[in-house]
Design a protein around this ligand. Structure first.
Ligand code: FAD
Length: 283
């Protein structure tokens, strides 16, 4: 089912919130553990399982194998694809391959520019160009990334939303956001995006809290603010951070659901435990 259809269905009477799970190719190549985790997550009837894509293309072949695994589990797969360091030929090959597998959706991204970027092929500089390219050549439904606190390279949220509009005008069907811990920031972002004339579903990215170190690393890498309530938890409950984290994120999700979001996109980091507990709390 295509993205627009998946999230439109949420508007229908009695329809349920759509949950999606993000996984990544395991670094050690062991897919049996991931298979077990996915089987557990399947209980929640995900609308989509999305698979990240290494910006240097190193995991490309492995991606296809993992997409098959998702499809074999009878779940709908949405591969991510980054245009950084990818030639048009590579992109063409990948999108043809996934269309032939019967995949309907893709998350089109620029990716992070590596330090040795001069050795990279840059047929496309930004995600809007990738969206346009995919749209012209396939019937894939295209998701793009959004940043409630602004992308780390952006001078302002306004600039970021202007560029988001280009991705939308190029043919995107849904926006999946960066993780955030302060719902007010998401609500404000949605307001600004709507003011910019963008009416696509905006699916909040949810990050379960596994450790203090993990949260500190991720938030500093992507310039995401940790609100006071969460800072207190991180300082005072280091020992049982998972339990406190489940509680914090469950409350965050409940508030987002009450605000009327059509979906929640969980960054599972290939683990089912925390995501399952949060979902058991909120569904
Ligand atoms: P863009 O939309 O191109 O934006 C990048 C920056 O350039 C922004 O600052 C934007 O404001 C600016 N900009 C955009 N368009 C233009 C333009 N036309 N002219 C000038 N400036 C412009 N990374 C991976 O490597 N693999 C993944 O699988 C992956 N999955 C992700 C999933 C989600 C839900 C999210 C939110 C991010 C993901 N990322 C992933 C990270 C993403 O690749 C990085 O944040 C990357 O730096 C930006 O990608 P983008 O598609 O947002 O780029």
């Amino acid at each position: 089912m295509e993205l627009s259809e998946i999230y439109q269905q949420h508007q229908a009477p009695n329809s349920k919130l759509k949950v999606s799970f993000e996984i990544y190719p395991p670094k050690d190549g062991d897919i049996s553990k991931l298979f077990d985790e996915l089987r557990i997550l399947k209980r929640y009837n995900p609308a989509i399982v999305s698979l990240t894509y290494g910006a240097n293309g190193g995991t490309r072949n492995f991606s296809i194998e993992l997409l098959r695994l998702i499809l074999d589990l009878e779940m709908s797969a949405m591969p991510h694809f980054t245009c950084v360091c990818s030639s048009k030929e590579i992109i063409e090959h990948y999108i043809t391959q996934i269309e032939n597998m019967g995949i309907e959706n893709i998350l089109a991204l620029r990716g992070d520019v590596p330090a040795d970027a001069e050795v990279c092929n840059f047929d496309f500089k930004h995600a809007n160009e990738l969206v346009e390219y995919i749209k012209d050549r396939t019937t894939l439904s295209i998701g793009v990334a959004g940043y409630p606190e602004g992308h780390i390279e952006s001078c302002s949220l306004k600039d970021d939303i202007d560029y988001l509009k280009r991705k939308v005008d190029a043919g995107a069907s849904a926006i999946f956001t960066q993780l955030f811990f302060e719902n007010e920031k998401f609500f404000k972002y949605v307001e600004l995006v709507r003011k910019a004339g963008i009416n696509l579903p905006i699916i909040p990215g949810i990050m379960p809290i596994r450790s203090v170190k993990q949260i500190q690393k991720m938030t500093s890498m992507a310039r995401i603010e940790i609100p006071k309530g969460l800072t207190d938890i991180l300082i005072n409950h280091n020992d049982n951070i998972k339990d406190y984290g489940i509680d914090y994120i469950s409350r965050q999700c409940k508030e987002l659901i009450d605000s009327g979001v059509s979906g929640l996109h969980f960054f599972t980091l290939n683990h089912s435990d925390l995501t399952s507990k949060i979902l058991d709390n909120i569904l």
